[in-house]
Design a protein around this ligand. Structure first.
Ligand SMILES: Nc1ncnc2c1ncn2[C@@H]1O[C@H](COP(=O)(O)OP(=O)(O)OP(=O)(O)O)[C@@H](O)[C@H]1O
Ligand SMILES: [Mg+2]
Length: 229
């Protein structure tokens, strides 16, 4: 569903990703683990077309999107929940979700979305800026999901979120994968969360993937050693 081949990305003269190759199957969740500054956000921005690729290739469901503008990539089936969530603070919860429906004929939020995130139904008339961090994260996932993606990217969804809500988010991601059979790629520093959602775990360090393991074979101590400074 997602195929990334030898991706190089630079900020000006300074290369930040040095040849990333990864794939995600349908009905698979992949976690990309890495400390601060290792290249997780750079990777996701390049996948979404927010940063240009220097070389390499990005395919979504067999279509090359490497040089498409972001909105075309969304139309081809890739959606993104950015780090820090970026909900529109003055729009209501419902209006925030509707921004994901921009190109849809029906602007009605599907019931399935509120079934996944009951708290969003309760708060649908409230302004996004007045939600807790965890509620905003759920809102950002809902907004990405209504574009009906084949590949859903989430950049550090647990950052700054309390443990009980982290569990809710893990449950929702597992439910989404089961219902839709899509590819989910999530960047993380919280290993317990990754172990709750991911079929495979990759480690990024200094803009390179340096380790890969299936969940069932994960050496948690080894991954922790990559995550600690
Ligand atoms: N706008 C930018 N201009 C120049 N360098 C940048 C820019 N943004 C990020 N970098 C550099 O690229 C590298 C990767 O940063 P990136 O934000 O992708 O890391 P990250 O893994 O997402 O970290 P975090 O966990 O803190 O979000 C870092 O060395 C960072 O300093
Ligand atoms: Mg980041």
């Amino acid at each position: 569903m997602l195929q990334v081949t030898d991706l190089h990305v630079a900020y000006g003269q300074s290369e930040a990703l040095h040849g990333i190759t990864l794939h995600g199957h349908a009905n698979e969740t992949v976690a990309i683990m890495g400390r601060n500054g290792m290249g997780k956000t750079t990777l996701f921005k390049a996948l979404m077309g927010i940063l240009p690729v220097r070389s390499g290739r990005i395919e979504v469901a067999g279509q090359d999107v490497s040089h498409d503008e972001s909105f075309r990539r969304v139309a081809k089936g890739i959606a993104y929940v950015p780090q820090g969530r970026m909900v529109f603070p003055t729009l209501t919860v419902e209006e925030n979700i509707q921004t994901g429906l921009e190109n849809a004929r029906e602007k009605v939020v599907p019931d399935e979305i509120y079934a996944l995130f009951p708290v969003l139904w309760d708060m649908r008339g409230r302004r996004g800026g007045n939600l807790s961090g965890g509620q905003q994260q759920q809102l950002a996932i809902a907004r990405a999901l209504v574009t009906d993606p084949k590949v859903l990217l989430l950049d550090e969804p647990t950052e700054g979120i309390q443990p009980s809500i982290i569990k809710d988010i893990a449950r929702a991601l597992n439910e989404i994968r089961k219902l839709r059979g899509i590819t989910i790629v999530v960047s993380e520093q919280v290993l317990s969360f990754a172990m709750d959602v991911a079929d495979r775990l990759l480690v990024i360090e200094g803009g390179r993937l340096v380790h890969e393991t299936r969940r069932s074979e994960t050496n948690e101590q080894l991954i922790k050693s990559y995550l600690s400074v």
